[in-house]
Design a protein around this ligand. Structure first.
Ligand code: PA5
Length: 446
């Protein structure tokens, strides 16, 4: 299995009885997921996607990616939440957090906030440079994305006239929604987000695959890794199914008061994977007054910011560390004859060895400080292993939600802020609440 679960450092926190006790719930969760009898079963398309994906569309994704690469110095990907995090996470994981300084075309993500400053910054990046836009929205109506698309559509039309339709690519619902209607009318090439795949489970659809292919990643290998995970992570025996056991462990820890799961990696390239993980688990778990709060850290960077709290602060955190055993991109630390900085104790070895000692030292310190550590081991980061890891986390998230007793595929809580925002902005249909909200704000500020 490409992802191995190391529980050696959990022994003082969880015993075998606890695992035996939760095993029936895990089996029930797995059965519910595979039989489609659980909550939210209309959204299980991702579970078989690595085998059942649309092969013709996959070819079109590759062709579109080549076209985009050949005609663009800059690519703007518009989307929010599940409609951008997966793509950005995979690109940074595989091509590095400095992708835009090192590779072409540059890829920027927008439509994921309502920041005027950021909008102006991204607009300045396409000044005098050829660009294309990929707009991603399943509903086609998400405010942040739609607003940004309006701006970039106008710009592209002013710049390219009749050719603008060849520079806009839409990923959306197959038949419904404003974006689909607009795309059909304007003649944009469109790609489908299947009805049965929710936003945060959509990284292996065109949502993720098109920008990932533009970045030069091997999407065949990514899908092959996901397929291997799909085939391997089915066993109901916890000791033969790392994914199911991980879901069980995080639930056991949560029941013991460890209500914050901190995803940790010792690589900068994993920072956006952390963000993807947080959305996946946060939006899936956090409802009905339940759920583990998903947090993240990049070590050793954050040992100099969050390290103190983790070691000695409130005992609510457990860590899930993603460890890469090998790298194709190591750095040899040379000896320095003068040793004026006194660092020769680190030299004559690869930097990854130093990082591994930091990992072990931190593991021992945090464990002694009362912080449980789950370790997910991967040989190295490449497309295959990342595809495996993405599927591993999506399945663990679904199983974990079922064990927790929530629907891991809906997100009713996301609507609350939208309702208030629309009312305050005077969106048609929301007028009734406007006066009451304004009065509430005035009272709170008086
Ligand atoms: O995971 C989700 O479902 C959400 O984060 C959505 O992806 C996000 O709200 C964007 O929605 P849409 O693709 O409809 O614009």
């Amino acid at each position: 299995m490409a992802v191995k679960l190391n529980t050696n450092y959990l022994k003082s926190f969880i015993n075998e009885n606890e695992l035996s006790h939760i095993a029936p719930s895990c089996k029930a969760a797995l059965d519910a997921l595979h039989s489609g009898n659980g909550a939210g079963s209309d959204f299980l398309g991702w579970l078989t996607l690595p085998a059942d994906y649309d092969k013709d569309e996959f070819k079109r994704i590759k062709a579109a990616a080549e076209k985009i690469k050949s005609q663009s110095e800059v690519v703007i990907v518009l989307g929010i939440g599940g409609s951008y995090l997966g793509a950005r996470a995979v690109i940074e994981a595989l091509r590095g957090s400095l992708y835009n300084s090192r590779f072409k075309p540059e890829i920027y993500f927008a439509g994921n906030s309502i920041s005027p400053t950021y909008m102006n910054e991204v607009l300045s990046l396409v000044e005098g440079r050829d660009f294309s836009v990929i707009v991603v929205s399943k509903s086609g109506t998400t405010t942040e994305t739609a607003l940004a698309f309006r701006v970039f559509k106008k710009l592209i039309e002013e710049r390219y006239g009749a050719d603008s339709k060849n520079r806009i690519f839409a990923v959306t619902d197959k038949a419904r929604g404003t974006l689909k209607e607009l795309s059909d009318k304007m003649g944009y090439e469109t790609f489908v987000i299947p009805d049965n795949v929710g936003g945060r489970y959509s990284v292996l659809t065109a949502v993720g695959l098109l920008p990932i292919a533009v970045a030069g990643c091997d999407i065949d290998a990514l899908m092959a890794g996901a397929k291997a995970a799909m085939d391997e992570l089915k066993d109901t025996d916890l000791n033969k199914n790392a994914c199911c056991k991980y879901a069980a462990l995080r639930n056991i820890l949560a029941r013991k008061g460890f209500s914050v799961e901190m995803l940790v990696a010792y690589e900068n390239f994993f920072m956006m994977m952390n963000e993807w993980f947080k959305q996946l688990f946060g939006e899936s778990d956090g409802k009905d007054g339940k759920g583990l709060f998903p947090a993240s850290a990049t070590f050793s960077t954050d040992l100099h910011s969050l390290g103190q709290f983790i070691q000695e602060g409130s005992n609510i955190i457990f860590e899930t560390v993603v460890q890469f055993k090998n790298t194709d991109n190591d750095f040899f630390l040379e000896n320095d004859a003068d040793n004026l900085d006194g660092l020769n104790f680190l030299s004559d070895q690869n930097m990854s060895n130093v990082s591994e000692k930091a990992f072990l030292g931190t593991l021992l310190a945090h464990t002694e400080g009362g912080v449980p550590n789950i370790i997910l081991e991967l040989d190295k980061l490449d497309e295959f292993n990342l595809g495996y890891l993405l599927f591993f986390f999506m399945k663990a998230c679904a199983l974990s939600g079922y064990i927790l007793g929530v629907n891991p595929f809906d997100q009713p809580g996301v609507e609350a802020y939208k309702k208030n925002m629309f009312a305050l902005l005077g969106k048609p249909g929301y007028e009734a609440d406007k006066a009451a909200l304004e009065a509430q704000i005035q009272k709170l500020n008086s």
